[in-house]
Design a protein around this ligand. Structure first.
Ligand code: ADP
Length: 490
């Protein structure tokens, strides 16, 4: 769901640079922003606190003076105290109100409330013995209550001095400071923004270079050296890509080789035909027997050409999907018997004895046509690459999971160094002998392909001059898509 939304928003992918950029921006700017806000707030608080202290000190001094002069009790008020109250109120641009025990205002520096009753929270608390202050943040002023004691030893509270002052000019100053801070933060934001963009570009650089090399590869240039070692990840990616490229190159090379082999193989009979036809044409009065002989050779070459084409077509067909296997339950012993029967005439020509050894009766799920072709190739090779009066022994056996077909011969054998290559397309140990016997070099490639399609394996044991044994192992039950069975050793 989230994936779908993302794809909708960003058209299937967003550059890694974007989240990285925002991350750097956040890490760089966020702490600075928080610090700025905190400093700003504590600066305002400190300013107000110190102003409150200052006013409180002044008020304490004057309240002491009022106590000493009996300001609250005396009939005639000391006018110098009044003047002083006015001066102090002026200095901190505030207002001072003196209240007696009856909550009556007896002095107001603003001359507005004299004679009126003034009952406020801080006044009541002050009469109760707690001096207090109140800070109205929104209304931008503070009120401070200071007790005025009488002149006696008991120090009774006779009145309260309430000073109210504006914090406007203080916060104004704090605001100026915070404006400067905001400007600084804005500057810092742009610097961090540019630094984040630069950092992201530098950090993502190696991935960009990898992308460039990959684009060149995509253009068909497979000879790229990919070694981006800036990070462990890019190094691992480079190695993986380099390995893939090496494999691609191998496939590319083997395809080229195959195409050149195919053209060569197909050209050989055509060249022979051309030579035969040309030599016949160059003769003025060729005898009929010669014509017949040359025409027989031409016909043989045509047969050979068509066999190569047939074999190639079989291989190409098998390169397609495994689903094309036409699997049926089949009597394997019967199948092998049929193959031997078909090949007996060829074997007889060379006086090679064909022996069938059925250790167990086997029925298995196989593609009859393809398996018959694969096993025929093995038996045919065993006859072809045999010696006069030799033998070929085919053994059929099975266990609870697999059936085994072993084709042994008393033939010329295959030297150890060629044993892997004989399964490759067009590979022949002795080209001349293979041609002589009508081989195309594709037989074993076809055999191995068919066995692998059946999820089986084929193994070769051979000794030069003594003979060869091809061992085939195929699962009794064919399970489509089952590839867990080891494929290259029996
Ligand atoms: P070909 O059409 O030449 O027989 P194959 O693919 O069937 O092609 O075999 C490849 C090569 O392997 C043969 O040319 C031959 O040299 C060798 N070979 C195959 N089977 C045998 C065998 N039973 N004994 C000796 N050599 C063999």
């Amino acid at each position: 769901m989230l994936e779908r939304v993302k794809r909708k928003l960003w058209g299937g992918g967003i550059s890694m640079k974007v989240p990285l950029f925002f991350l750097f921006l956040l890490i760089g700017f966020f702490p600075m922003y928080i610090l700025g806000r905190l400093t700003d707030r504590s600066l305002r608080q400190t300013q107000v606190d110190s102003r409150v202290m200052e006013v409180q000190n002044q008020c304490l001094i004057i309240s002491n003076k009022m106590s000493r002069s009996g300001y609250m009790s005396g009939d005639a008020r000391d006018s110098s105290v009044d003047v002083e109250l006015d001066t102090i109120a002026d200095i901190f641009s505030g207002r001072i109100v003196v209240i007696n025990r009856n909550f009556k205002v007896i002095k107001d520096t603003f001359r507005l409330a004299e004679g009126r009753t003034h009952v406020a929270e801080e006044v009541i608390r002050c009469f109760q013995g707690e001096s207090g202050s109140r800070f109205e943040k929104d209304k931008r002023y503070f009120a401070l209550a200071v007790p005025i004691y009488d002149n006696t030893e008991e120090k009774n509270i006779e009145g309260v001095l309430v000073a109210t002052a504006s914090t406007e000019n203080l916060t104004g100053m704090a605001e100026r400071v915070s404006e400067k801070g905001a400007f600084f933060q804005l500057m810092a934001f742009w610097v961090i923004l540019l630094a984040s963009a630069a950092l992201v570009t530098i950090l993502m650089g190696p991935f960009g270079s990898l992308q460039k090399v990959m684009n060149r590869v995509a253009d068909g240039n497979l000879d790229q050296v990919i070694s981006e070692n800036a990070y462990k990840e890019t190094r691992q990616l480079s190695t993986a890509i380099q390995n893939t490229l090496t494999k691609l190159k191998t496939v590319d090379r083997s395809r080229d080789e195959f195409v050149s082999n195919v053209s060569h193989e197909l050209k050989t009979p055509i060249t022979s035909i051309r030579v035969l036809a040309d030599s016949l044409m160059s003769m003025d009065q060729a005898p009929v027997e010669l014509y017949r002989e040359f025409m027989t050779d031409i016909s043989d070459e045509i047969d050979r050409e068509s066999k190569i084409i047939d074999d190639l077509l079989s291989l190409v067909k098998m390169d397609k999907s495994v689903a094309e296997l036409n699997v049926v339950q089949l009597d394997i012993n019967g199948l092998v018997q049929q193959i031997l029967k078909r090949l007996r005439p060829i074997a007889r020509k060379r006086n090679v004895e064909l022996i069938l050894e059925s250790i167990r009766e086997v029925t298995a799920d196989v593609d009859e046509v393809k398996l018959s072709l694969a096993l025929s190739n093995l038996v045919e090779n065993a006859v072809k690459y045999n010696v006069e009066d030799g033998w070929v022994r085919v053994t059929v056996d099975a266990d609870h999971k697999f059936f085994y077909v072993k084709v042994s011969d008393s033939g010329i054998g295959i030297p150890e160094e060629f044993q892997e290559q004989v399964f490759e397309r067009f590979y022949r140990v002795d080209k001349a002998r293979s041609r002589e016997t009508g081989g195309t070099g594709l037989g074993l490639a076809i055999t191995r392909k068919v066995i692998l399609m059946h999820h089986g394996a084929v193994r070769l044991v051979s000794k030069e001059g003594e003979g060869s044994t091809f061992m085939v192992r195929i699962p009794l039950n064919y399970i489509p898509g089952n590839r867990n069975i080891p494929q290259d050793n029996t």
